[in-house]
Design a protein around this ligand. Structure first.
Ligand SMILES: *Cc1c(COP(=O)(O)O)cnc(C)c1O
Length: 398
């Protein structure tokens, strides 16, 4: 060690903008699953669904909803819209400031995504923009709890009630998030979909969880998750009905989560409160450390709200000495990874061209996109790691 320390100082390690937090507990659980002889969807996936629903019930002080494990949030969003009967000729309202998955699932069903602008203060879907976008063909709203702060769900629920619309929450960033004291996953919507992609607040590598209180929707999604078959493989394996018999009742999908992935999820869920506390701490340290710079810091949660801090997104003021792209390059030169969430969908060639979208229709997303960057924030980041980011920004912007 002493010899190492007296050698020339090594370059500081690269700090990514996100990193999963996996230790021996997940590794042991995966090994146990591999040794068990059952590796696809089975008892571990069922346990994960049970644990996830129970967690929402306990933390949300309510009865547990139904939870269905799926192999991605994208798959879960597709299942939700399919179960709601969305199809050709229908319109679904989505924010432009999101990942393409939010909109593509609408196209899977032959329906049309209608893109709307975000609130410039919160970067969440703007209820007034949603209302302005409604037509007689509008069937559903697909809000995204951007960065881990919840949308104005009361306003969206009022719109949905008044116009007979369904709500599917894209909660890929929002585990766990509270809105006015209530947990996302227990709010007034038809279906909520969480993501366990590698960079989300908890991960299964790839995976997601669909949550609903509607028994008919849950039954449809459970069937469509696995080829439109009325019994899953594990049910056939353990049931007294002859194992070979099953019925195909629809042209379904292949969206089930493996037990290998679910084994990781069960362990991650056990740590979620610690993960959430660490993310809150890091967000607080950024807020203090970056104060006074020509940066617009992300909105803090209001009364009764909490923020999952999946993403810490800052926006550069017009007075900043560097433009956004130059700042990203300068940070990269200092070994600091950043990202941009998101290139608004109205700027993506496919959506722009097929939906005839123009930047002028999305002024808030446009202004945000030009100035935003996502700083590194993950539970394994040390205070010293974060201080590197803060010092670099102070050196570049002060
Ligand atoms: C990550 C993400 C998704 C997709 O999640 P997957 O589990 O990778 O399918 C959907 N919407 C948003 C906003 C996301 O960030």
């Amino acid at each position: 060690m002493a010899e190492h320390q007296s050698a020339a100082p090594a370059a500081e390690p690269f700090l990514p903008f996100a990193l999963p937090d996996i230790d021996e507990a997940e590794i042991d659980a995966v090994v146990a699953c591999l040794r068990s002889g059952w590796v696809t969807t089975g008892p571990v996936a069922r346990q994960f669904e049970h644990d996830f629903a129970a967690w929402l019930g306990a933390a949300g002080h309510c009865a547990p909803p139904q939870a269905l494990a799926v192999n991605s949030a994208t798959a879960g969003l597709h299942l939700a819209l399919e179960a709601l009967g969305i199809g050709p000729g229908d319109e679904v309202v989505v924010p432009t400031l999101t990942f393409t998955a939010t909109a593509e699932v609408v196209r899977y069903l032959g329906a049309r995504p209608v893109f709307v602008d975000v609130d410039p203060a919160t970067l969440q879907i703007a209820p007034a923009a949603v209302e302005a976008a409604l037509t007689p063909r509008t069937r559903a709203i697909l809000p995204v709890h951007y960065a881990g702060l919840a949308c104005d769900m009361a306003a969206l629920a009022t719109l949905a009630r008044r116009h007979g619309l369904r709500i599917v929450e894209d909660a890929a960033h929002a585990f766990p998030t509270r809105r006015r004291g209530r947990l996302v996953g227990t709010l007034d919507s038809d279906v909520t979909v969480f993501s366990f992609y590698a960079n989300k607040t908890m991960t299964t590598g790839e995976g997601g969880m669909v949550v609903t209180r509607d028994a008919a929707l849950a039954a449809r999604m459970r069937t469509m998750r696995l080829h439109g078959i009325s019994r899953d493989a594990f049910d056939r394996y353990v049931s007294r009905t002859p194992a070979w018999y099953y019925e195909v009742v629809a042209a379904g999908f292949k969206y089930n989560l493996t037990d290998i992935a679910a084994a990781i999820g069960i362990q991650q869920l056990r740590k979620i409160e610690r993960f959430a506390r660490r993310r809150e701490q890091l967000a607080g340290r950024y807020h203090t450390g970056l104060a006074g710079l020509p940066l617009r810091l992300p909105p803090l949660p209001g009364d009764g709200d909490s923020h999952a801090w999946h993403l810490y997104v800052v926006r550069l003021d017009a007075t900043a000495p560097l433009a956004r792209d130059a700042l990203i390059d300068a940070l990269a030169q200092r070994g600091i990874g950043t990202s941009v969430h998101f290139i608004p969908l109205h700027r993506q060639p496919y959506w722009r061209d097929t939906c005839g979208l123009a930047p002028a229709d999305f002024p808030a997303a446009e202004a945000s996109y030009a100035s935003m960057l996502t700083l590194p924030l993950y539970t394994r980041m040390s205070d010293a790691d974060q201080d590197r980011v803060i010092h670099a920004l102070r050196a570049l912007l002060a």
